[in-house]
Unconditional design. Structure first.
Length: 283
C-alpha cells in the first residue's frame, strides 16, 4: 500500500501524498518535445493549456523548456529562460493555486523560476549533474524531484539494485546540501537510459524502491516503452499510458506526470477506489 508524506511548499499548504494519487500535468513550452513539441510554445497557448489541465484535475503544473528526447538540440540557459519565465510569470499573475514545478537541470533556470513563483524543482539528473542544483533547492527551501538517469550504469549489475543505489546517492547529495528529507521526491526515470525490458521490470518492481521511504513519481506518459511494445505513435498511446499509470499506482506510486490529465485521473480514481474503497459520500 501507499506510504504517506507531507511535502512542505513555500507560501502554500503542503503537498499531501499517500493513497490519493497526485496528478502532475506536463506543460512543454518547446518546439521539439517527442509528443507535444510546438503545441504550447507560444505564451497564450501555454497558459490556456495549463488552465485546461487544472480544470481536468491536475494538482501540479510541470513546466519544461528543453526537450530531453534522444537527439534533441541542447538549449542554452538564456534560451530556456526565455521559454519558461513568461509562462511562470503569467500563471503566477493570474493567481493559480496549484504548485508549479520547473523541469530543468540548469541551476540558474531553477533559481529564476523559484524566485518567480515556482515551488518544486524537477531535475532529470537527480542532483548528480550540476553541483549547484542542490544548493539552489536548499537556498530556497523547496522540494526536489530527483530522477534516475544513469548513462554509465553497469549492465551486469542487478537492475533494481542499481536504480536504488543511484537514487540513494541523490538523497545523500540533497541532504548534504541541507535539503531536508521531507522535501525529496524520487523519480525512477522510465525511458531514460533503459531498455524496453528494464522499463517493464521497473514498473513491475516499483514497490522495491519503497525501502528508500520517499514518495515516488511515475512518468510513463506516451513514452517509447509503450510505443515499442504496441507499435504506435505518441498520440496513440493513451491506453498504454493509462495501463502503466494504474500499475505504477498499484505498486506504490504517488505522483503521476502525464499529458492526458482527465483520462489518467479518472483511471487512477478507479484504482484508488479498488485498493482503498470508494468515498463514503458516494454510498
Amino acid at each position: 500500500m501507499h506510504t504517506s508524506h507531507s511535502i512542505p511548499l513555500p507560501n502554500r499548504p503542503p503537498l499531501l501524498l499517500g493513497p490519493k494519487p497526485v496528478i502532475m500535468g506536463i506543460l512543454n513550452v518547446t518546439p521539439d518535445s517527442f509528443s507535444d513539441g510546438g503545441q504550447h510554445d507560444r505564451l497564450a497557448s501555454a497558459v490556456a493549456h495549463a488552465h485546461q489541465m487544472l480544470a481536468e484535475g491536475a494538482d501540479i503544473i510541470d513546466i519544461g523548456g528543453e526537450s530531453t528526447r534522444p537527439g534533441a538540440a541542447p538549449v542554452g540557459v538564456q534560451g530556456e529562460l526565455d521559454r519558461v519565465m513568461p509562462v511562470i510569470d503569467a500563471l503566477v499573475a493570474e493567481g493559480i493555486t496549484a504548485p508549479i514545478s520547473i523541469d530543468t537541470y540548469k541551476p540558474l533556470v531553477a533559481d529564476q523560476a523559484i524566485q518567480a513563483g515556482a515551488s518544486i524543482i524537477n531535475d532529470v539528473h537527480g542532483l548528480q549533474g550540476a553541483p549547484e542544483m542542490a544548493e539552489v533547492a536548499a537556498l530556497h527551501d523547496v522540494p526536489v524531484i530527483a530522477m534516475h538517469w544513469d548513462k554509465d550504469r553497469d549492465p551486469g549489475a542487478p537492475f533494481m539494485g542499481a536504480v536504488a543505489n543511484y537514487l540513494a546517492r541523490s538523497i545523500a547529495i540533497a541532504e548534504q546540501a541541507g535539503i531536508s528529507r521531507d522535501r525529496i521526491i524520487l523519480d525512477p526515470g522510465f525511458g531514460f537510459a533503459k531498455s524496453l525490458a528494464d522499463n517493464y521490470e521497473l514498473l513491475d518492481k516499483l514497490d522495491e524502491l519503497a525501502a528508500l521511504d520517499l514518495p515516488l513519481l511515475v512518468g510513463t506518459s506516451r513514452k517509447s516503452m509503450i510505443g515499442k511494445l504496441l507499435g504506435n505513435q505518441p498520440e496513440e498511446r493513451l491506453a498504454g499510458t493509462i495501463a502503466t499509470n494504474v500499475l505504477g499506482y498499484r505498486n506504490g506510486g504517488h505522483i503521476f506526470r502525464v499529458h492526458d490529465v482527465r483520462a489518467v485521473s479518472d483511471a487512477l480514481r478507479v484504482a484508488q477506489a479498488t485498493l482503498y474503497g470508494p468515498p463514503e459520500t458516494l454510498g
